[in-house]
Design a protein around this ligand. Structure first.
Ligand SMILES: NC(=O)c1ccc[n+]([C@@H]2O[C@H](COP(=O)([O-])OP(=O)(O)OC[C@H]3O[C@@H](n4cnc5c(N)ncnc54)[C@H](OP(=O)(O)O)[C@@H]3O)[C@@H](O)[C@H]2O)c1
Length: 307
């Protein structure tokens, strides 16, 4: 009996989240990742191809391109990017439209399993106090659409990416000193944050779900999971960084990110916490075999960046 290859379409494959999923699938070998990108000739896309991924070109705005890219696909890892300039330009609910397009295309092509990378609904959770955190609410609205679609799925929630330290300069050297400053706008130094080491932990969470959605369907399908490596406050994180990097690290909440939406996001997280009702690390992911990394391991690994 010949087995057809098990293809997983990975959205955002040239970005932080999707590349973690592609890497985890390649390392494991059960599935062939199909990296979906708007430009299959980009340097990042070509690199994924060289690593052994398939590459297919599609745009979340173009449902026909999605259907084509999903042909022969068993499962989808779905993520959308609110702040991509071409998406952002289309208005505050653009990200939700993109997510819905992906759900519709997955349903039309009979995708067997869909993992949706999501965030909480700030307006609902804060009872209207934080009603303008669009890049959260859009994703959460897609949760509802996905649940109603009938496509077999899981929702995978993420936290504050540790990669923000360099991608968004959240950890910066202080001029004319040996010190580093960790910053997040308007964050109470004692409020917990939920941290995700995307590169090491997100991909293995997705992989564990993909490998077990058939055999352990009752534990996986229609459920929500939390790809959170650690929960602690920024002051504690600064001291872990300080210990590993061997230089003073202090947490200094900034007054503003320069963007209202981001400021509201941080204020929301500081006041309500991303996932206050949830045990961290997620016991359901642990029981599916996920081994989360620690912030100590992370801090050791990134030493070279701040030497
Ligand atoms: N930073 C954080 O702390 C944090 C925490 C939780 C959640 N998030 C969420 O993470 C999401 C972004 O994920 P990321 O950081 O992994 O992304 P990223 O590194 O910024 O890369 C964006 C990815 O999205 C793809 N993309 C954008 N628009 C697309 C479209 N119209 N059609 C198809 N693909 C499209 C890009 O592919 P091509 O350019 O190759 O087409 C690229 O792979 C955001 O929505 C953000 O809200 C971020």
């Amino acid at each position: 009996m010949s087995m057809s290859p098990r293809i997983v379409a990975v959205f955002g494959a040239t970005g932080t989240q999707g590349s973690s999923v592609v890497q985890a699938l390649l390392a494991d070998g059960t599935f062939i990742p199909r990296a979906i990108t708007r430009n299959s000739n980009s340097e990042k896309a070509l690199k994924l191809k060289a690593l052994g991924a398939e590459v297919a070109q599609a745009d979340l705005w173009d449902i026909d391109s999605l259907k084509q890219a999903l042909s022969g696909v068993e499962a989808v890892f779905g993520v959308t990017d609110y702040y991509d300039p071409k998406n952002f330009a289309q208005g505050h609910n653009s990200e939700m439209l993109l997510g819905k397009n992906l759900v519709d295309a997955s349903k039309a092509t009979d995708v067997k399993y869909f993992i949706w990378s999501s965030l909480p609904h700030c307006t609902r959770v804060s009872n209207g106090k934080y009603a303008n955190v669009y890049h959260f609410d859009n994703k959460a609205n897609v949760d509802d659409y996905l649940r109603d679609s009938g496509v077999p799925h899981s929702i995978l929630y993420t936290g504050w990416f540790l990669e923000n330290l360099w991608n968004y300069n959240a950890l910066m050297p202080v001029l004319d000193s040996d010190c580093l400053e960790l910053t997040a706008a308007r964050y109470d130094p004692q409020s917990p944050q939920y941290f995700t080491w995307v590169e090491r932990d997100l991909g293995q969470c997705a992989l564990a779900l993909l490998k077990q959605y058939k055999d352990r369907d009752s534990e996986v399908l229609s459920r929500t999971f939390y790809a959170i490596s650690a929960k602690l406050n920024y002051t504690q994180f600064a001291s872990i960084l300080q210990e590993a990097l061997g230089k003073p690290v202090s947490f200094v909440p900034s007054h503003t990110t320069g963007m209202q939406e981001m400021d509201d996001m941080y204020a929301f997280q500081s006041e309500f916490g991303l996932y206050p009702q949830t045990a961290i690390p997620d016991p359901h992911l642990i029981s599916l075999g996920v081994k989360f990394h620690t912030l100590e391991e992370f801090s050791q690994e990134i030493k070279g960046r701040y030497a």
